[in-house]
Design a protein around this ligand. Structure first.
Ligand code: 7XF
Length: 400
């Protein structure tokens, strides 16, 4: 084992802090420095030509790769039990470059119905313009997934737990079906993080993240990452669509996400503990009609939740109010400390109304079909003292 670091068998928090970095290589700097450079000087003209030709190793230009970005990729790949990782400018960049690299004109892609709004819009409205056919399937229905394989899809894409309803897809079961049909399975693991759930260990081929959320963890950046086998990740990395669309992550953001990863396990554990208590508190109020949270006893997919996420539910709660949209809006407006904002995975607890915010890009008909109802609110529990969160919530509940 190297003196400076740790090997891939060390625990997740240890790897998130040490893996792949030797201070001796960087003048003793304890943390990986940020490489704020847009270009790199070649030793000679021939050296530069050799790097371009792939005959020598080296850095060329900031849109291609950067040492700070590379360490982030090594650590995230390790956390996701992957061979390789590729960090990008945002979660959406990670998703779109993955799809445009592995999906070609004429291909069919199977996509679950409940997705972050812009992800849905990309699959429903944009890639169809490039000759890719999207088929939306309720992936909680394995028979429907099986039937959909008749279309010989190139790729299967889903989120679990899904944004914003917290419904889950069985990663292992869907991956088994897809593998037989030769389709690549891509799972958006943003809500669970690799601390709670590692889709590649359950048979998925690629994992994507919005690093904007828990990985960064402090609401101060945008970033994304895709992890999987080198065979699938390297074509996205090369001189392919990421470099050609400029979806590269900034070294500054990579640095911040590396800092976030050092506390990822601590934070995710704390998010889960508090969210469970907040969910219980909401569930016992007569003002709420349903509270959907993976470790609550009445969570509809309990067995699957336990299989994929163990005893942690993550930070996100879906909640409905007696009195529908108006009651939900009154609840949001009556909150004091808890802010009304999109995003999640931050230290601050955030609440938002999916139908008019994160999922407003779905048509009302699409939302109605897929269960993203008007009366649903999404709470992303942060890292404040849970007593203070429940005080704010109780006070707001008393006003509606
Ligand atoms: O490009 P981004 O870093 O914003 O990531 C896109 C994305 C990808 N996957 C999931 C599961 C996501 O939730 C997101 C972004 N979601 C934010 C939200 O739901 O609050 C976006 C705010 S409009």
């Amino acid at each position: 084992m190297p003196k400076h670091g740790t090997n891939r068998k060390a625990g997740a928090a240890t790897r998130a802090i040490h893996l792949g970095y030797d201070p001796a290589e960087f003048r003793g700097a304890l943390t990986m420095p940020m490489f704020l450079t847009s270009t790199y000087a070649f030793e000679t003209a021939q050296h530069g030509a050799n790097i371009f030709a792939g005959e020598a190793q080296g850095y060329v230009y900031g849109r291609t790769k950067n040492p700070t970005q590379e360490l982030l990729e090594v650590r995230m790949a390790s956390l996701e039990s992957a061979e390789a990782g590729l960090a990008m400018a945002s979660g959406i960049a990670a998703i779109t470059t993955t799809v445009f690299t592995h999906g070609k004109s004429g291909d069919t892609i199977l996509v679950d119905q409940v997705l972050y709004g812009c992800t849905f819009a990309f699959f429903a409205r944009e890639i169809t313009e490039f000759g890719i056919t999207t088929v939306f399937v309720d992936m909680t229905d394995l028979k429907a997934v099986e039937d959909a394989m008749k279309a010989s899809p190139r790729m299967v894409f889903f989120e679990t737990p899904a944004n914003p309803t917290m419904r889950m897809v069985d990663i292992e079961a869907v991956s088994n079906i897809a593998r037989k049909a030769g389709a690549i399975v891509v799972v958006d693991n943003t809500f669970a993080t690799p601390i709670i759930q590692r889709p590649l260990e359950m048979g998925a081929d690629l994992v994507v993240h919005s690093a904007t959320k828990f990985l960064g963890g402090h609401g101060d950046l945008l970033g994304g990452i895709v992890c999987g086998s080198s065979e699938l990740v390297n074509p996205i990395r090369g001189r392919g669509i990421r470099v050609l669309t400029g979806a590269t992550i900034s070294p500054f953001n990579a640095f911040q996400i590396l800092r976030g990863l050092k506390t990822l396990k601590l934070r995710v554990n704390a998010h889960s503990q508090s969210a469970r208590l907040v969910a219980e508190n909401l569930a016992q109020s007569e003002k709420t009609t349903s509270v959907i949270y993976p470790t609550l006893p009445d969570y509809p997919q309990q067995e699957l939740a336990a299989k994929q996420m163990g005893d942690q539910g993550g930070a996100i709660i879906a909640v409905r109010f007696d009195g529908g949209v108006e009651a939900g809006h009154r609840f949001i407006n009556a909150l004091d400390m808890i802010k009304c904002a999109v995003s999640l995975g931050d230290a601050e607890t955030l609440v938002q109304h999916p139908a008019s915010m994160t999922h407003s890009i779905y048509t009302p008909e699409e939302r109605a079909m897929f269960g993203i109802d008007d009366d649903l609110l999404r709470i992303a529990v942060g890292l404040e003292e849970v007593e203070d969160l429940n005080t704010d919530i109780d006070n707001a509940l008393s006003q509606i």
